[in-house]
Design a protein around this ligand. Structure first.
Ligand SMILES: [Ca+2]
Ligand SMILES: [Ca+2]
Ligand SMILES: [Ca+2]
Length: 417
């Protein structure tokens, strides 16, 4: 009885203030500029601090619209972000994000605002080369090799590799477009000629180069109708012995997934349209692991401009970029969810587990031959989740709900099959 009474009193006390906050105030995360952490600024502006995240230079507060405006104009404050809905961040976003339906589709911007940008992650783009003079690509281009002409200059003479690289890592510089991993280090490995043709041996050499040069992720928007013993051995070695992450396009046309995507060590990527329907050209089969935007994607063109392209080639670098962001996140945050071992270091298997579990299911329930585990979804990289409280599934087929320690967002999981 006492408890019920207490509960009612609490409700009565809380209700009026709750209403007030909803109508006039906003719950926000305030992030201070480097070394400028100062909660007094928020208090002076009239905000009420709910919780401090001092070690990350941020705090959580309830503020009025007027306080919000004043905070946003304060140079000591890096950003103010509304909790959960991110309306403020979206309004504040540059045209770089507005240029891409695809970045919105996979929730890339909140991840970038939370400082997941792929910094320090090395990615080899096995393709037609990269126009490393393109202003979007020059800042992140770190070198490479040309296995078509056998020299150190992997300049793109086709345009395909440049477009792929732009989706992956175009500079977040307030102009043009922005890549999924705008601070990743990209290496151009030219394995396709000016007509886009290449050989298995070139792909094998490119994978070998990646192993020798400490590459973290190999991305291949390249397909062949059949496998090859040498290629199979190369992907097996890169994945199992050296721990690289391998990503490839499943192919365009009618029919089954092509190689190298069809190898189990390779993450096969299919394509969806702006309506999250399977792109007409996206090939199908059990080897489709994930889908990502691939229809009418704007990215870099050789010579410095931009163009629209479609294909599973375009979908692939979205997944590759997402992997680079994931590398920069805390592996320990996934606790003992069974997806990682919690040793603080990401392995290729752990990366795959997390992407599979966090994908947005499309089409038939669960994994299917059209969409694989579903649409790449970076929603879980909003904020800086420190600890994911594991909920041990009661049964294998019951969705697990992960709760993050900080934000109240939830990640619904589909069990791996
Ligand atoms: Ca840009
Ligand atoms: Ca680990
Ligand atoms: Ca499905």
């Amino acid at each position: 009885m006492y408890y019920i009474a207490f509960f009612l009193i609490t409700l009565i006390l809380l209700a009026p203030s709750f209403t007030t906050y909803v109508s006039q105030n906003a719950a926000v995360i305030v992030s201070f500029a480097d070394g400028k952490y100062n909660p007094a600024i928020v208090v002076t502006a009239g905000g009420r601090i709910v919780e401090e995240f001092k070690n990350m230079g941020m705090l959580y507060a309830i503020v009025s619209q007027r306080a919000l405006t004043s905070l946003e104009q304060n140079p000591a404050i890096e950003f103010v972000e509304s909790d959960g809905r991110f309306e403020i961040a979206e309004e504040a976003s540059t045209s770089e994000y507005a240029e891409s339906w695809a970045l919105k589709d996979i929730s890339a911007e909140p991840a970038h605002l939370s400082n997941y940008t792929g910094r320090g992650v090395k990615i080899a783009v096995l393709d037609t080369g990269i126009d490393y003079n393109h202003p979007e690509l020059a800042p992140n281009y770190k070198g490479g090799y040309d296995f078509i002409n056998n020299d150190n200059d992997p300049m793109d003479d086709n345009g395909h590799g440049t477009h792929v690289a732009g989706i992956l890592a175009a500079a977040r510089d307030g102009r043009g477009i922005v890549g999924v991993a705008p601070d990743a280090e990209i290496y151009a490995i030219k394995v396709s000629d000016e007509r886009g043709k290449g050989s298995f041996s070139g792909l094998v050499k490119g994978i070998g180069w990646s192993i020798e040069n400490g590459i973290d992720i190999v991305t291949m928007s390249i397909t062949g109708n059949s496998g090859s013993k040498a290629l199979a051995k190369a992907v097996e070695s890169a994945y199992n012995e050296y721990g690289l992450v391998l990503v490839a396009a499943v192919g365009n046309g009618n029919g089954n997934v092509l190689y190298p995507a069809a190898y189990e060590q390779v993450i096969g990527v299919g394509s969806v349209t702006e309506d999250n329907e399977l792109s007409s050209f996206s090939m199908t089969g059990s080897e489709v692991e994930l889908v990502a935007p691939g229809s009418r994607i704007k990215s870099a063109a050789i010579g410095g401009g931009y163009r629209l392209s479609s294909g599973t080639s375009m979908a692939t670098p979205f997944v590759t970029g997402a992997i680079a962001l994931l590398f920069g996140s805390d592996e320990k945050a996934w606790g003992n969810t069974g997806m990682v071992d919690g040793d603080g270091a990401w392995t290729n298997d752990e990366i795959r587990n997390v992407l599979r579990y966090t994908a947005k299911d499309l089409g038939d329930k669960g994994k299917d031959d059209l969409f694989g585990y579903g649409l790449l979804n970076l929603d879980f990289l909003r904020g800086q989740p420190s600890i994911i409280t594991p909920s041990v599934p009661e049964t294998e087929d019951k969705p697990i709900v992960l709760k993050l320690a900080w934000f109240t967002f939830k990640v619904s999981l589909q069990p791996a099959t």
